[in-house]
Design a protein around this ligand. Structure first.
Ligand code: PXL
Length: 268
């Protein structure tokens, strides 16, 4: 049987080890034929001091028309940082037009971190993302994103009950399996799983550094394992282990991301 294509839709940040420059190498290294839908081209991600931004929304109609002509279909979608609220509807159109039967939608509703929205995002962006949750099979928000999506006030110090409540609130917005990522509990960090699967908390050792781009790496490794049939729990554990390895093996002064390439290379 021919390879089945998967599509990852997110921005292309030329410098910064996030979004497409993470998803494409990781998914490919795990043997998945990975197609990309770049939503915008940025000089670098928005945690740097400044950046250029070319919105590609207008080109996507042309891309879709060519895909239609060529009969392309995807068995799975991984969505990350999109950039503009209009792109949420474009994503839905993409699922409607290019899904294989029973295609899986994995959505990392990238909005922000540490209690704040990323630069350029506002309430309308959050509202549109909230609607997109309904189209996903699995969502991978961090605690900040779960708070913005549910309207629950963010807290610096939270406990299991708080994150479980976020999961419950999210399940009112979507039938997707919910994996809240990067939840910090003292010296541990983990994922809180809810939705139709039995609720569960997975915990791992928390490393002292809080590095940029690790959410994108988690989503990519999770997707690769999930699509190979490993299930949500195992895929979370493997993704968390990969991220921890990346952090452990990153140069200390590498401030804008992690050196994930070293781990991909080592796993060969
Ligand atoms: O890692 C998430 C991400 C992706 N893409 C862009 C970003 C960020 C986070 O800041 O700025 C452009």
């Amino acid at each position: 049987m021919a390879n089945q294509k998967i599509l990852t839709m997110q921005d292309l940040s030329c410098v910064g080890q996030c979004s497409l420059t993470v998803a494409l190498p990781i998914l490919s290294a795990y043997g998945l034929e990975t197609c990309v839908l770049p939503t915008a081209v940025l000089s670098n991600h928005t945690a740097f001091r400044g950046w250029s931004y070319l919105d590609l929304t207008a080109e996507i109609a042309n891309i879709f028309n060519s895909w239609e002509e060529n009969g392309f279909r995807f068995r799975a979608f991984l969505l990350g940082y999109l950039g503009k609220p209009e792109l949420m509807r474009v994503a839905e159109e993409c699922f409607d037009r290019f899904s294989e039967e029973d295609a899986v939608v994995i959505l990392d509703p990238v909005l922000g971190d540490n209690g704040k929205l990323y630069a350029g995002f506002d309430a309308r962006y959050v509202d549109e993302m909230r609607k997109l949750l309904k189209r996903a099979d699995i969502i991978l928000p961090n605690v900040t994103e779960a708070c913005f999506l549910t309207g629950v006030e963010y807290r610096e110090d939270y406990d299991f009950a708080f994150v479980e409540r976020l999961g419950k609130e999210l399940s009112k917005l979507t039938d997707a399996q919910i994996v809240i990522t990067g939840a910090v509990f003292g010296q541990e960090i983990g994922e809180v799983i809810s939705g139709s699967e039995k609720g569960e908390i997975l915990l791992h050792e928390r490393l002292p550094q809080n590095k940029h781009g690790t959410g994108d790496i988690f989503a990519s490794v999770f997707t690769a394992h999930y699509l190979s049939g490993k299930g949500i729990r195992n895929s979370c554990n493997l993704a968390a282990e990969f991220v921890a390895d990346c952090i452990r093996n990153s140069d200390e002064d590498h401030f804008y991301g992690v050196n994930f390439e070293r781990i991909l290379k080592r796993n060969k």
